[in-house]
Design a protein around this ligand. Sequence first.
Ligand SMILES: Cc1cc2nc3c(=O)[nH]c(=O)nc-3n(C[C@H](O)[C@H](O)[C@H](O)COP(=O)(O)OP(=O)(O)OC[C@H]3O[C@@H](n4cnc5c(N)ncnc54)[C@H](O)[C@@H]3O)c2cc1C
Length: 455
Amino acid sequence: MTPQQNIAIIGGGIAGLASAYYLKKAGHQVTLFEASNHWGGKIISRTVEGCLLEGGPDSLLTEKPWALDLCRELGIEDELLPSNDAQRSFSILHNHRLHPFPAGCKLFIPQKVTPILTTPLLSIPGKARMLMEPFINHKKPQEDESLADFTRRHFGQETLNRLAGPLLGGIYGGDPEDMSMAATFPRLRMLENKHGSLVKGMASMMKMAKQRERAGTAPSLFTSLKSGMQKLPDTLAAHLSDHLRPNHRVKSLQKNGQGWLVDGEAFDRVVIALPAVQAAELFAELDPEFHQLLQRQQTSSSATLSLVFDRKDLSEIPGGFGFMSSHPLQSLLVGCTWTGTKFNHREADDRFICRLFLGGPFAHEAIVARDEQALVAPALEKLREICPFIPATPRAHWLQFWPNGNPGYQLGHLDWVKEIHTHTEALGNLHLLGSSYQGVSVSDCVKQAQDLASQ
Ligand SMILES: Cc1cc2nc3c(=O)[nH]c(=O)nc-3n(C[C@H](O)[C@H](O)[C@H](O)COP(=O)(O)OP(=O)(O)OC[C@H]3O[C@@H](n4cnc5c(N)ncnc54)[C@H](O)[C@@H]3O)c2cc1C
């Protein structure tokens, strides 16, 4: 970019805020338009009954360092809060019961034989199929492959349903049958390319990780912020105060010579930091072909239901970080986090909190309709069926809807991103970034913003 451009950024989620921050730092004049008066988009924290709750992301994935680097740069390093990894374990809900996820697996890739042989999650043929992986010649397709096909090819259907699906599908909130392996877990493909077997590839990666552990440089898997995830967008917004336009939903984009008009205001360049389906709306008249291209991304819906209980009312305090449901889903309950076990600084002393993830075909309509009644009681009932120690009545709850809020990284996603890039190049001085394109995590969004500013 030539220095000192006048740049409009549309969308005040983490992608838009980080873009505005890095572009301003690079010397540009920035203006950030946000439809609501909330900064952070899907990042939203709230205190209820003295407990700190998260309606969207609850943590940063430590292995993707860009958001952590940004926190350090913003001077909020002392806010970083690692997960309580001494208690890191979780379960899979299968056939109405919770089963511990087999120990010794990295992701869903086994590194020890005994936990696989003894887990009740897999049948004997399922176990045999999983353990045969290093001895099979895996025939890789040339083109993109679904996450489900990739897992089946390596470990069989049971591993997909009961171990890989809940883990990998849970991260994206999507159906593993539709999700692009190349776009979502490229590192697993790289392991396959290098070692053939994922078990062997992971063993070699673990060796290096162990060395880091011994050197004391291994970070925890998840990191949150002591005063809540909202601290990150709030800090960015404080740095950008003169450049913010809250409560301004951008409705019109027009070309203006080499530059752009944003609701009639002239800019040299525009950055659209919106989910693709929302970005599409801005091109409905201006460029119908681009509008259709953006609309091609499928989405799924989810909701988080945070429940606050009196600790004394629980007959048992569960261990571990929580559980995920096996595939295919049998109810609206996708997973549950025992929040106070995963992170300190979340629960008031006499309270117990948990956070349920709702989604899939059993919840979609109610989420889109924002129908609280259709979700809260059924979700609590489902939870109590599995965990009878949970009281029937919470002191408080917070249901946060994300209708069509999860971008589907469906097969061919990388080609779709390339097509978008070609189209924006042709339009000129236009950039699209955020969770719809090059990674859904908060950190991926920060990285896209960093890359844009350093172009
Ligand atoms: C339930 C849930 C849990 C998650 N957990 C994690 C996690 O633990 N860790 C992790 O790393 N990631 C997690 N994610 C993913 C991550 O939170 C999101 O991918 C990321 O926050 C998306 O940021 P964004 O800036 O791309 O989009 P958004 O956050 O959607 O921001 C878009 C913004 O644009 C605004 N907007 C829309 N239209 C207009 C317009 N026309 N004009 C102006 N403004 C407009 C919206 O109001 C919004 O503020 C989770 C997501 C969900 C839904």
